[in-house]
Design a protein around this ligand. Structure first.
Ligand code: ADP
Length: 400
């Protein structure tokens, strides 16, 4: 029996998925409807998602058709579709559980489709071709799912942070704005008592007493409210705290970025024995992922060897450990160094097509906010044409 070449089968499947992307999206929706015991309109209140899923499936097809070594994480079109989906599902108030089920179903539908296509082929593809296509499809789905869930969680965290901020200002309003008039009342009320030489109207006296007692109660209530608000602030990050071994975390991130790094010939080096820290692991991971992937993105194609190295700095500001993410990439012009932590700032937009990168200029601003959120700070040192080092200061109090 004639066998197709490896690259051909990926291309054939990509063409077929592209041709059937609307049908595949409809199958996915049907499966979800069967799974979820409520009206579909309650799950997908917006038509936007129904437009979105076929697009996402088409982008997966495009990825299957590209050469074997390209990392799906570097395919910005696919990633941005997955991010949009995360934002959309957040707006629709979905849950993480729902998102995971949705992707699991999508994976099932696509694998079944591949199986059907294998059976349809007049000349059967070799087993290794099928395995390669399925592996690439799984890789794509995995990265997409991670990106959608990450975006969803980021949106969620932002919403929660905004709610917490509003609650904080409400607490401040209660404690500061109300305390003062209440104190005045408490001070003024005793003056309403009649002077001792006047006949005491019992009813009047009793009313003053009741008023005093209630104002005092209100003052106690306010003390409690203030106390509760202090507690909330102090414990805000506690549920997210985890003991993180920095070497393991950086290596795991390196593993996720491996394909992207290989494609650009960048060696990822993580030092042994980096310290362990008690920290909000989600935020720290986001920071390291951003710094390490930037080191790969902005590597210098003209250098004979390229690297991104994660290491501990020999010195650190008082009370901190400092982790270095250092590269020998293109560097950052000195007049841009302070600005890159701002939103939508890009120092090398003109080199995008030469370097084969795309970006929104948001990564570092998010990383800087996350660093502040865990009591740390990101600094940068760079020599144009030689390389860049990001220095992440993490508070020592939480480090072991
Ligand atoms: P993006 O990479 O999406 O453009 P970032 O906020 O992550 O956005 O980075 C902002 C800018 O800082 C980048 O556009 C790039 O010009 C510069 N930059 C970041 N990291 C590096 C690095 N390791 N080497 C050189 N330039 C960098």
């Amino acid at each position: 029996m004639e066998e197709l070449k490896v690259a051909d089968f990926g291309g054939v499947i990509a063409d077929r998925i592209r041709a059937e992307h609307v049908t595949l999206a409809a199958r996915w929706l049907d499966r979800l409807r069967a799974l979820i015991p409520v009206e579909a309109s309650a799950v997908f209140p917006s038509e936007a998602l129904l437009d979105h899923i076929p697009m996402l499936i088409r982008e997966i097809a495009t990825y299957l058709a590209v050469p074997e070594n390209e990392a799906v994480a570097a395919n910005t079109a696919v990633i941005s579709k997955a991010q949009e989906l995360g934002r959309l599902r957040h707006e629709q108030q979905a849950s993480v559980h729902q998102l995971l089920s949705e992707y699991r179903l999508l994976g099932g539908i696509l694998s079944t489709f591949v199986q059907e296509e294998v059976e349809r082929q007049p000349s059967h593809p070799a087993p290794e071709q099928i395995v390669i296509v399925l592996r690439r499809m799984n890789d794509a789905l995995w990265v997409l799912m991670q990106t959608t869930v990450d975006t969803f969680v980021t949106e969620y965290t932002t919403t929660i942070a905004a709610h917490a901020d509003r609650l904080d200002s409400f607490n401040r309003m209660v404690s500061h704005e109300l305390r003062q008039p209440l104190s005045t009342l408490l001070y003024a009320l005793p003056m309403m008592r009649p002077a001792s030489d006047l006949t005491v109207d019992n009813r009047h006296e009793r009313l003053v007493f009741v008023m005093e007692r209630n104002v005092r109660k209100l003052m106690t209530l306010m003390d409690q409210l203030e106390g509760m608000s202090r507690l909330r602030t102090a414990d805000a990050d506690a549920p997210h705290m985890q003991r993180v071994e920095l070497t393991s975390m950086a290596r795991e991130i390196g593993r996720q970025l491996r394909e992207m790094a290989d494609e650009r010939g960048v060696e990822l080096l993580v030092a042994d024995g980096l310290p362990s820290v008690d920290v909000d692991a989600g935020r720290l991971e986001l920071i390291l992922m951003n710094l390490m992937s930037n080191g790969i993105k902005y590597s210098d194609p003209n250098k004979s060897t390229r690297h991104v190295r994660v290491n501990q700095a020999p010195t650190a500001p008082e009370g901190c450990v400092t982790i270095l993410v250092e590269d020998n990439g293109i560097g950052i012009p000195s007049d841009q160094r302070a600005a890159i932590f701002g939103r939508f700032v890009r120092a090398h937009a003109e080199l995008d097509s030469e370097l084969g990168v795309r970006g929104a200029g948001l990564g570092l601003s998010i990383a800087a906010e996350c660093a502040a959120g865990i009591g740390g700070k990101i600094r940068v040192e760079s020599v144009l044409g030689e390389g860049t080092t990001f220095l992440l200061d993490l508070p020592l109090q939480a480090a072991s």
